[in-house]
Design a protein around this ligand. Structure first.
Ligand SMILES: [Zn+2]
Length: 290
């Protein structure tokens, strides 16, 4: 029997203690924090600026959201649809609409107060190179639709134009001023996607801002269009979630928020994150206007 693999989104943030250590000494701190984050899903912020001035300007920090696979099972969603999800029920035989849909308007979370894009629109770079034989047009379209889904729910001109570059880089050491989305092999097993958000997260909220995001789709997974083949990881589904981080939103782990795009679990075949839910819309409008 085929196990259904689940993705878990865990925000990892290493507390930046300026003056405590150079970049090299931050690594064990990050490891400790990573273990802690796995345990309680707490986001962790890593501050790189003061530690290594050669790499990044002072005060610049990054937050990393890692999408792990974990668990298996299926549950009924609130429309009575049997969906891959974290749960103990492996059968959909009793899946029917029998639950009251909860009020999820409070289902949103931010990277931090004032941590948002202050200069709009946000342009981005797509690298369509992949191991799954996906055509350039498909990859670009999936990512474009992910960005547009956020854009169309706010009055701001949030996401601008994209460029295509087959030499994109996922910038985990220092930002390069480009918001890049690409496929690549993340060294840790079981990771579906990783989003790094660079920005100024400290000081007065009016001075805080996001300056860059970089999103890696792990080539350990088979990517595609899950509306055509439910056995694949749906690129548009995961891209929409990850771009939500790029806009300033954090993961949600409360099962009450399971229908939100920013819910921290995903799976093969899942497409419900393609469309924003009530909490996602409330969150993006709180950041950029109704
Ligand atoms: Zn996430």
């Amino acid at each position: 029997m085929k196990k259904i693999v689940l993705g878990i989104l865990i925000g990892i943030v290493v507390l930046g203690l300026s003056g405590v250590a150079g970049a090299g000494k931050l690594i064990p701190m990050a490891d400790q924090a990573r273990e802690k984050a796995k345990a309680d899903n707490s986001p962790i912020i890593e501050k790189t600026g003061d530690g290594d001035l050669a790499l990044a300007p002072s005060g610049l920090e990054k937050v990393v959201f890692i999408h792990y696979k974990k668990g298996y099972g299926r549950v009924c969603d609130y429309d009575g649809v049997c969906e891959p999800e974290l749960g103990e029920n492996p059968s959909c035989a009793d899946c029917k609409k029998d639950k009251e849909e909860p009020d999820t308007s409070s289902c949103y979370a931010f990277l931090g107060r004032g941590v948002e894009w202050k200069e709009l629109p946000v342009d981005y770079v797509v690298d369509p190179d992949n191991l799954d034989g996906l055509e350039e047009e498909f990859v670009i379209n999936a990512i474009f639709l992910g960005a547009e889904e956020w854009d169309k729910h706010t009055s701001a001109d949030l996401f601008g134009s994209y460029t295509v570059d087959y030499n994109s880089t996922w910038d985990s050491d220092a930002p390069d001023g480009r918001n890049e989305l690409l496929f690549g092999d993340y060294p840790e097993d079981g990771v579906i996607a990783v989003a790094i958000i660079w920005g100024y997260f400290g000081g007065r909220p009016s001075n805080r801002r996001i300056v860059e995001f970089d999103i890696l789709f792990d080539t350990d997974f088979t990517w595609g269009d899950a509306t055509v083949d439910p056995a694949v990881m749906d690129l548009q589904n995961i891209a929409t979630h990850e771009i939500g981080h790029g806009a300033g939103l954090a993961d949600l782990y409360d099962t009450v928020c399971a229908e939100e795009t920013m819910y921290g679990y995903s799976n093969y075949g899942e497409v419900k994150k393609r469309d924003l839910n009530v909490g996602d819309i409330t969150g993006i409008q709180a950041l950029y206007g109704e």
